[in-house]
Design a protein around this ligand. Structure first.
Ligand code: ADP
Ligand code: ASP
Ligand code: MG
Length: 438
């Protein structure tokens, strides 16, 4: 069994969706195809939901109608037989009627999640109709029947495995299964999601519980590049990454992978391949237990970081001080990304400032607290990077004109991280690229 996940751009145009069907049929192996929403849809649904939340229902309705028209056009190009076109229009209509019903009832967080789920529900239905029209035998598996979060919004692997296996067992001779990425049920049984870009995470979870032969992530670029191609010129695909390297890159901002998408595959030792739908023969990136080579491989950046400094000349060196500081973050379920200490102060970074006020007010019991928001963590990732010759001198040369706020080195053998003001991000990525990769 293998998992093939196709992202928004891979299904975002009718001809692309047809190409996806071709890629799915190109191999004989049994497979689960995980689809994202058509590109632009989830953003449009977020806008619609926000308009409803702000009681701007008229504009919300306009946006709903625009999106609906987009889907009608899509169907006209995707399907050719009139009865299939008719069927597809009916299904699209149902989803948009649902959105219009939501317009009339009072808004809630649960409804927001229901709205966001429509994209993946639509894309998989349309893909399934296209397969039907072309006589390709397959089964559409509703992700909402097997994907499940616990009360901490973490995936319940055991339940996912049990339910998915039970579903698959009902169709022993079926070779192609199609399901939605991103959407799930939460511990209250409501429709929920795995956060933006979450279809990668769905694919990895499915691949893990089924012990798949491979988890293929098909996207619009030929693999993980050695820097953010949206910001830096002349980036190149990295052929091989270890799970640890890929996990660091995903967590520290490489948009090609959802931040949590590596651990499930890694825990079950399922190789992950990043492949290009537009260029299926390109090598892409293989992610497995084997790093392949040593040294700096790629650079990634994660924005919206807040640095918190606790200054306490009296208490810092006392044992138990750091425990107390960490307990505050634990209490508010806020994870720390970077940490540095000195004689008199400790600095940490967080990417989720939902409880910043509460955290700061509790930390003030232990010392003076200083906040720096709008920072970026730039991570240089590579196998044994900590002992790579010249690495630090090159990093420092690249950043001479950048006000580096924190440095993390030696925490793992595959990551060096710098905290810089967000405004310097592009400059830092470009300078590091030219000093490390040329
Ligand atoms: P999908 O819709 O298939 O999930 P995404 O847009 O989420 O695709 O991810 C692919 C995009 O990630 C690329 O088009 C590229 O612009 C961006 N990206 C950012 N950093 C990297 C990187 N290091 N390597 C490759 N792509 C990256
Ligand atoms: N459609 C969702 C999003 O745009 C999930 C995904 O594409 O992975 O965030
Ligand atoms: Mg994505």
């Amino acid at each position: 069994m293998k998992v093939m996940k196709f992202g928004g751009t891979s299904v975002g145009k009718p001809e692309r969706m047809k190409q996806v069907a071709g890629l799915v049929m190109a191999s004989k192996e049994k497979k689960i195809v995980v689809l994202s929403a058509l590109s632009g849809t989830t953003n449009a649904l977020v806008t619609i939901s926000n308009l409803i939340a702000n009681n701007n229902r008229e504009l919300a309705l306009t946006r709903i109608k625009e999106l609906q028209d987009h889907y009608y056009q899509f169907i006209d190009e995707l399907l050719s037989k009139p009865d299939f076109v008719e069927k597809a229009r009916k299904q699209v209509e149902e989803h948009f009627e649902f959105l219009e019903i939501i317009l009339r009832i009072s808004f809630s967080e649960a409804l927001h999640k229901d709205i966001l789920a429509q994209g993946e529900l639509l894309s998989t239905k349309l893909f399934s109709l296209y397969l039907d029209e072309n006589g390709i035998d397959h089964k559409l598996l509703p992700a909402l029947e097997f994907m499940m979060l616990d009360k901490f919004d973490e995936p319940q692997l055991a339940t996912i495995k049990l339910r998915l296996t039970q579903l698959l067992d009902q169709y022993p001779d079926m070779n192609v299964f199609v399901t939605q990425g991103y959407i799930t049920r939460n511990a209250r049984g409501e429709v929920d999601n795995l956060k933006r870009g979450g279809s990668d995470y769905s694919a990895s979870l499915i691949a893990a519980v089924l012990q798949a032969s491979v988890c293929e992530i098909w996207t619009d670029i030929d693999g993980m590049h050695n820097n953010d191609p949206r910001i830096v010129e002349n980036t190149k695909p990295v052929e091989q990454l270890s799970f640890n390297e890929a996990a660091e890159l995903a967590y520290f901002g490489a948009k090609i992978l959802h931040p949590a998408s590596i651990w499930p595959a890694q825990a079950h030792n399922v190789p992950v391949k990043l492949l290009n739908t537009m260029e299926p023969l390109a090598k892409g990136t293989l992610i497995s237990a084997d790093a392949g080579s040593e040294g700096a491989k790629a650079i990634a950046a994660k924005d919206n970081i807040t640095a918190i400094k606790i200054i306490s000349s009296r208490m810092l060196l006392a044992y138990g001080f750091l425990r107390k500081v960490f307990e505050v973050f634990e209490k508010y379920r806020t994870s720390i990304d970077m940490i540095t200490t000195s004689e008199v102060a400790v600095s940490v970074t967080i990417d989720n400032d939902s409880f910043l006020k509460e955290i700061v007010s509790e930390l003030e019991a232990y010392g003076r607290v200083k906040i720096d928001s709008d920072h970026t963590i730039v991570s240089i990732v590579g196998n044994e990077i900590n002992i790579t010759e010249d690495i630090l001198s090159r990093v420092f040369q690249a950043t001479t004109t950048i006000p580096v706020r924190m440095i993390s080195y030696g925490g793992s053998s595959h990551n060096i991280s710098l905290l810089i003001p967000q405004a310097y991000k592009a400059q830092a990525l470009r300078a590091l690229h030219s000093h490390l990769f040329f």
